[in-house]
Design a protein around this ligand. Structure first.
Ligand code: DC
Length: 229
């Protein structure tokens, strides 16, 4: 029986992190923890409570400290439950996603979610995915992956995903938006996106999802065996 690992997967939006992390967890029989869903849940609860990201930062921070988060499987899919309620569909709404970006820049929100995230990774056999997992949340993770893709590739994927809903949007606009977002994410004061020094960087341009998953699973299996020897 090989030792189970704690795996951190970080990277920018649009690099395919969620599908990758989910796939890796499934192949290894590990638990998958989507920390972005936690920021989204804070945004959703704040929205429900009528709180403003400009005026009510303290109340939103406190809300994050009171949340009871669990990830449970519902019909073969992992759902986020907060205070016992299934919020999976709610947190995926575009307006919640937009608000989660402001919420995730609040120091008190980050501080309060940090402990919950560490608790969720207490038992090994976890793949935790986000922006600051290898650098801040689990600096001692057994394996750190920084998954990225060129801005053009990420914009192309986003363009393909959204073109039916937004036929007026051009690829150039999506790309400009992507570059602006990258700049904001890597230069913000609180927990900017950056690769941990000891992370393995994977640039997924030209790779299929399966190829990315295979590569990470191979590294993980080698580490599991190493830990065993
Ligand atoms: O990956 P996502 O779109 O579900 O993340 C939602 C928001 O939370 C996004 O603005 C990035 C932010 N986030 C973060 O700051 N730190 C994390 N560990 C995960 C997500």
């Amino acid at each position: 029986m090989s030792r189970k690992l704690t795996i951190a997967i970080d990277g920018p939006a649009g690099a395919g992190k969620s599908s990758t992390a989910r796939g890796v967890a499934e192949r290894l029989g590990y638990v998958y923890v989507d920390t972005g869903a936690m920021y989204r849940a804070v945004a959703y609860l704040a929205m429900q409570a009528g709180l403003s990201t400009e005026r009510d930062t303290k109340a939103i921070g406190e809300l994050a400290g009171k949340m009871q988060v669990e990830f449970r499987r519902v019909e073969e899919q992992q759902h986020i439950f907060v205070n016992g309620e299934d919020l999976e569909d709610k947190v995926r709404l575009p307006e919640v996603g937009a608000m989660s970006s402001a919420v995730s820049a609040m120091p008190l929100v980050r501080k309060n979610l940090l402990q919950t995230q560490r608790d969720l990774a207490r038992d090994p056999g976890v793949v935790m995915e986000g922006r600051d997992i290898g650098t801040v949340v689990l600096p001692g993770a057994d394996l750190k992956i920084f998954l990225t893709a060129s801005a053009e590739e990420r914009a192309r994927r986003r363009f393909e995903q959204t073109k039916d809903q937004h036929p007026d949007l051009t690829f150039e606009q999506v790309l400009a938006n992507q570059l602006e977002r990258d700049q904001r994410d890597s230069s913000r004061e609180v927990a900017p996106l950056k690769k941990a020094e000891d992370a393995v960087e994977i640039v997924s341009d030209g790779m299929s999802l399966e190829q990315v998953i295979d590569r990470i699973v191979a590294i993980a299996r080698a580490k599991e065996a190493e830990a065993d020897a």
